[in-house]
Design a protein around this ligand. Structure first.
Ligand code: PBG
Length: 327
């Protein structure tokens, strides 16, 4: 066949040619490992809906982060599971709360070799499972919640967080946190805003991991985004950037590749995407049945997230991918 029909296949002939012309490469440097630490347990607890992921003890968390460091994973994001929950979610800012004590352990263990991020929210700590304190209608009271987020940010900063990541989707949360940090001398602590976070059915396994049930079978549609909307995500992103976010996130990832691409075109700060628990669990479940090649699908999906425009990816596959890259 004559030119130009044979042109595209010519550069796909050998692995070296394909490597040479590849537009996107997912590397270990792009990975952030989400980790769970639970108060009051003696041994790590498996999470059935997240195979391979556990609720860590303080000791097992230290070991895991040390291993991630040797694999070259540059960052982790920490979630806490407290022993007791209350309507305010006070465990989130208690200096002796589980995330705070675990952060201090990790700083001691790995120094500055691993970036320590913290999810900044109240849902893991509230008895009703919402991301803020409730008003009379049973929905998070936006402004009352912002005051608590500011306290959580300070507690996490004092405990050693490099980056705090507000995920509660209250309006004005980035500004409230940035102001509190700056006023108390934590100007070096960065904010990664979960800017475009959708009310997604893909967070189910995560809620098992942090023992969260929303009271009365409720949901988060009153504060997280409607999945029918993409332009609205750009509004969220512009606000968070104006409020002082250092980095932005789109979440979930694979189901929202269009949002990642549009966010990338809009901003020049680092853009993160969260390959969430349900996205991970689907790959694991199908792989367990032998229906798909799990590691291959994981690599394909996470490379797609990068191709869409993300600079970094939060993923429960971080460790497995890092091991795959190291081989
Ligand atoms: C809120 C938070 C959630 C996730 C990250 N931060 C749950 C939610 O919004 O209901 C979900 C992450 C995942 O599914 O992997 N603290």
């Amino acid at each position: 066949m004559a030119f130009p029909q044979r042109r595209l296949r010519r550069l796909r002939r050998t692995p070296a040619l394909r490597r040479l012309v590849a537009e996107t490469a997912l590397t270990v440097d792009d990975l952030v490992a989400p980790l769970f630490v639970r108060e009051g347990i003696d041994a790590p607890q498996p999470i059935p809906s997240l195979p391979g992921v556990v609720q860590h003890t303080r000791a097992s968390l230290r070991r895991e982060v040390a291993e991630l460091r040797s694999l070259g994973v540059p960052a982790i994001i920490l979630f806490g599971v407290p022993e007791r929950k209350d309507p305010q979610g006070s465990g989130a800012w208690d200096p002796d709360g589980i995330v705070q004590v675990a952060l201090a352990d990790l700083r001691d263990e790995v120094g500055d070799d691993v970036v320590l991020m913290t999810d900044l929210c109240l849902d893991e700590y509230t008895s009703h499972g919402h991301c803020g304190v409730l008003d009379d209608d049973g929905q998070p009271d936006n402004d009352a919640t912002l005051e608590l987020y500011a306290q959580v940010a300070l507690a996490q900063a004092e405990a050693g967080a490099d980056i705090v990541a507000p995920s509660g989707m209250m309006d004005g949360q980035v500004l409230a946190i940035r102001e509190a940090l700056d006023e108390e001398g934590w100007s070096d602590v960065a904010v990664l805003a979960y800017a475009a976070k959708y009310a997604s059915a893909l967070y189910g396994p995560f809620r098992d991991a942090v023992d969260v049930t929303i009271v009365g079978g409720g949901d988060r549609k009153g504060y997280q985004q409607d999945y029918r909307n993409a332009r609205e995500a750009l509004e969220e992103i512009r606000f968070d950037l104006d409020e002082g976010a250092d980095m932005l996130m789109v979440k979930p990832a694979v189901t929202y590749l269009d949002v990642i691409t549009r966010a990338r075109a809009l901003v020049d700060v680092p853009l993160a995407a969260y390959h969430v628990s349900g996205e991970y669990a689907m790959v694991k479940a199908a792989a367990e049945r032998g229906w798909i090649d799990g590691p291959a699908v994981a690599l394909e999906q996470l490379t797609a997230v990068k191709r869409a425009g993300a600079d970094l990816v939060l993923t429960y596959f971080a460790r497995e991918l890092a091991e795959q890259f190291a081989d």
